[in-house]
Write a protein that binds this ligand. Structure first.
Ligand code: CA
Length: 224
């Protein structure tokens, strides 16, 4: 799972970012001022940093340039309410990789995040292939042996969580958090039903799965 550091001081925006990113299968941590953002950013272990410009203590431009000075190469997407082109240049000069102007749609931010992660990790590829299947997340399409297979948006989200975590055992709770959203009232049984349905769509022999493997007492593991 890609780990994203959010540096943002507006509580409402933090909440909606966290919720949306978790739903996309990302892990997040949040810093609510520039000082804390800088510390966490330097600590490392992030695949991406989302960095607000207007922050208490240290502004986003300085956080970005300090991180770059410290040798941190993690992709940075800057967020700002300002719209002037000059700010955009300052942002990119200070070491940001991309720039999103508030208010922005979560859809747009997601696309920017994927673009940044794609540069650094194969896990963020838009089209993933396994067995005789191919999933195009941008187009929300699943193909098997080259032919389109009907999937629900929820099945596709669940499949994406599996595909982005190959070889890793995922508990039903982890799957619920990542594919439905933290705190969603989804039962373990519903997860099993979705896995059952997905197997019928991606497995040659759904009763003897090769890709979506049940791990007794723990959850499921995806194998390519
Ligand atoms: Ca702010």
């Amino acid at each position: 799972m890609a780990r994203i550091l959010i540096v943002e001081d507006e509580p409402d925006l933090v909440l909606s970012l966290e919720e949306d990113l978790h739903r996309q299968g990302y892990e997040t941590e949040t810093a609510t001022d520039g000082d804390q953002g800088l510390k966490l950013g330097k600590k490392g272990g992030w695949d991406l940093i989302i960095l607000d410009v207007m922050l208490p203590r240290i502004d986003g431009f300085d956080v970005a340039s300090e991180l770059r000075k410290a040798g941190v190469t993690t992709p940075i997407i800057m967020l700002t309410a300002r719209t002037q082109e000059a700010d955009k240049e300052v942002g990119l000069d200070s070491g940001a990789d991309d720039y999103v102007t508030k208010p922005f749609g979560l859809r747009e931010l997601r696309a920017r995040i994927r673009a940044q992660l794609r540069r650094t990790s194969w896990e963020a590829e838009e089209v993933l292939k396994f067995g005789n299947c191919e999933v195009d997340f941008e187009r929300a399409e699943l193909k098997r042996e080259g032919r389109p297979v009907e999937v629900t948006p929820q099945e596709l989200r669940l499949l994406e969580v599996f595909l982005r975590n190959p070889g890793r055992v995922l508990s039903r709770d982890q799957l619920i958090d990542a594919a439905w959203g933290t705190g969603t009232a989804i039962t373990d049984r519903a997860v099993d039903t979705h896995v059952f349905n997905l197997r019928k769509k991606i497995e040659q022999f759904p009763s003897e799965p090769r890709h979506l493997i049940g791990v007794r007492g723990l959850g499921y593991r995806f194998e390519k």
